[in-house]
Design a protein around this ligand. Structure first.
Ligand SMILES: [Ca+2]
Length: 219
C-alpha cells in the first residue's frame, strides 16, 4: 500500500511539475507502475498543411503597375469588386495599364506568404488568355491552369513569396485579382509529450517532439 501511495504522490508531483510546462496535464490513473509510460499528445495545437484554410490576402498587399490609363489605378484590382464594366469616374473597379510591349501589375506584401492560388477577373468581354503569373524570387512564370469567360485560375501555385506579378503583352485590364494564401509562422503548432515515472525516480522527458509548420491566419 505504501508503495502504491508513493507512486500516486509521485504521479501528482509529476503532473504538478508538468503543469508549469503544459497547460492541460491530466492524471491518467493511480496505478502507475515502474515501466508505465504516460503519453500526452496535444492534438488541439496540431495543424498540418493539409487542413490550412487559405483566404484571399490580396487586400493586404500594395498594388503597382507599369503605367496607368485614366481611372485604371493598380489598387482597383484589389478593391474587392470584380465589376468588369469600365467607368470614367472613381467608381471604376478595373486596373488598366497603357504601355507598349510587356505590361506588368505587381502586388507586394509586408511579409512573405505561402501563396496557393491566384484568381484573376477580366474587364468585361476581354479574354484572359496570355496572362502569366510570376512569384518574385522564382525563375519560372506560371500559366493559368483554367481559363473561363469570367475568370481564370492559377491553381497550385504553392510558392512562398513577398510579391507576385502578373504579366501580359498588351494593356492589362483586370477587374480583380484574388490571392489565396496563408501567413508563415514559425511557432510551435504540434507538440508530443512523453515522460516516464519509474519507482522513485523521475525521467522527464524521455522524448519531446516539436513540429513546426505554416498556419493560416484569420483576417
Ligand atoms: Ca476591382
Amino acid at each position: 500500500m505504501k508503495s502504491s501511495m508513493d507512486n500516486l504522490s509521485m504521479t501528482k508531483l509529476v503532473c504538478l511539475i508538468l503543469l508549469l510546462a503544459i497547460s492541460d496535464c491530466e492524471m491518467i490513473g493511480t496505478n502507475v507502475t515502474e515501466q508505465e509510460t504516460i503519453k500526452k499528445r496535444n492534438n488541439a495545437l496540431s495543424l498540418s498543411a493539409a487542413n490550412v484554410q487559405y483566404t484571399n490576402i490580396a487586400h493586404l498587399g500594395t498594388a503597382e503597375q507599369i503605367s496607368t490609363h485614366n481611372w485604371g489605378d493598380a489598387y482597383r484590382c484589389i478593391d474587392g469588386k470584380a465589376d468588369g464594366a469600365w467607368k470614367n469616374d472613381d467608381t471604376n473597379s478595373i486596373c488598366h495599364t497603357i504601355s507598349g510591349g510587356l505590361n506588368w501589375w505587381r502586388l507586394t506584401f509586408l511579409q512573405s506568404y505561402y501563396i496557393h492560388k491566384v484568381v484573376i477577373y477580366p474587364r468585361s468581354s476581354l479574354s484572359l488568355s496570355g496572362y502569366t503569373l510570376k512569384v518574385i524570387g522564382y525563375e519560372t512564370n506560371l500559366d493559368p491552369t483554367e481559363i473561363f469567360s469570367t475568370y481564370a485560375e492559377f491553381n497550385n501555385v504553392d510558392r512562398t513569396g513577398k510579391a507576385l506579378e502578373l504579366q501580359f503583352t498588351g494593356y492589362i485590364q483586370l477587374s480583380e485579382v484574388e490571392v489565396y494564401g496563408a501567413a508563415l509562422q514559425t511557432g510551435v503548432t504540434k507538440v508530443d509529450y512523453y515522460f516516464q515515472i519509474p519507482n522513485n525516480s523521475l525521467l522527464i522527458p524521455s522524448q519531446i517532439n516539436v513540429h513546426t509548420s505554416f498556419t493560416a491566419s484569420a483576417y
